[in-house]
Design a protein around this ligand. Structure first.
Ligand code: PRT
Ligand code: ZN
Length: 291
């Protein structure tokens, strides 16, 4: 049972140490939430937001959130799907990106997933792998192992592995090749199904901040100088939040144009702007973006 005090704050579970820890802490900081570095390493209070952070193993986070020991958690989507607990995914966090992939020895001829029929697959993700096999109608033997999955084919334990991949260098160094991506993952915010009204409101405030941080990361502020006779063409290339800001320069016949560009279109648009006569282009990171 939660006591009264606990009903007016959010208890957030994050990874104690490992690949998601630093990015989780950084995201909180970017959301303006200061975590006191208390003596107790199991939990820490925020000094300026009603949030308490629990530091846990990533595998345990979905269970703690389902049980309501923590109200929300930051954890890999891969872990959420593997553990299959009653929690809701509320927001993707934009870090911890990786994929869960099948890999086989480099010299194997792999044409499609039916290669796996009646084979042995080593993985730490038996639930996700067996769902994948089921949807394909493939029968295979799953060997659950908790670490160093990539050595399994080399020592004759398995014909294939299914493991997380980011750069691909672990597979490469172990003589394996990635043949099938079965799940794309990143860190997500999960929540317990029974948050009270105050906690829902706190969560909405937190999500608003997270979204502002994510938007800012995906966008850049751009300033450039444009000859007035090219202004229409240049403005036409810039999306902006509403429309670009145009200010006259001290030099006759020139203007300064300010706008916001999405990371994905960035280089394309810069090239077109240069070709259209833009000069002195400055690109500046945005810290927060509130729309
Ligand atoms: O102690 P705890 O149980 O909390 O941590 P853990 O050791 O189980 O997890 P950890 O810290 O390794 O990973 C936490 C989460 O980070 C994962 O659940 C994923 O959501 C995410 N993530 C992102 C990754 C990777 N990228 C990743 N590359 N998790 C693991 N890897 C491993 C992978 O298993 C393989 O061994 O890195 C190796 C492959 O990397 P590349 O770059 O060589 O392809
Ligand atoms: Zn783990």
């Amino acid at each position: 049972m939660k006591n009264n005090n606990e009903n007016y704050k959010l208890r957030l579970a994050i990874q104690k140490s490992g690949r998601l820890h630093d990015d989780s802490m950084r995201l909180l900081k970017e959301c303006g939430i200061d975590i006191s570095n208390g003596v107790n390493k199991l939990k820490a209070d925020a000094t300026n937001f009603p949030i308490e952070v629990f530091f846990l193993r990533d595998d345990d986070i979905p269970q703690y959130v389902e049980d309501g020991v923590a109200d929300i958690g930051f954890v890999g989507e891969n872990v959420v799907f593997e553990k299959n607990k009653k929690v809701e995914i509320e927001e993707k966090l934009g870090f911890g990106k990786c994929r869960l992939s099948m890999a086989v020895q480099r010299n194997e001829v792999y044409e499609n997933a039916y290669f796996l029929q009646n084979k042995k697959i080593a993985t730490s993700y038996p639930v996700i792998v067996s769902n994948f096999l089921k949807t394909k109608g493939i029968e295979a033997e799953i060997h659950e192992i908790s670490g160093s999955v990539e050595i399994a084919p080399g020592i004759g334990l398995a014909d294939a592995i299914c493991d997380l991949v980011s750069s691909g260098s672990t597979l490469f160094m172990n003589g394996l090749k990635e043949v099938e991506v079965i799940f794309e993952s990143q860190a997500v915010l999960i929540k317990n199904n029974l948050l009270n009204e105050v906690q829902q409101q706190l969560l909405q405030r937190l999500i608003f901040r997270i979204q502002s941080v994510k938007k800012a990361k995906n966008n850049k502020y751009i300033l450039l100088n444009a000859p007035n006779n090219k202004l229409d063409e240049i403005i036409g290339l810039l999306p902006g939040m509403k429309s670009p800001t145009v200010l006259p320069l001290a030099t006759e016949g020139w203007s300064s144009v300010h706008s916001v560009l999405n990371e994905n279109d960035f280089w394309n648009i810069i090239e077109q702007l240069k070709a259209a006569g833009a000069e002195g282009i400055l690109v500046v990171p945005i810290e927060k973006m509130i729309i």
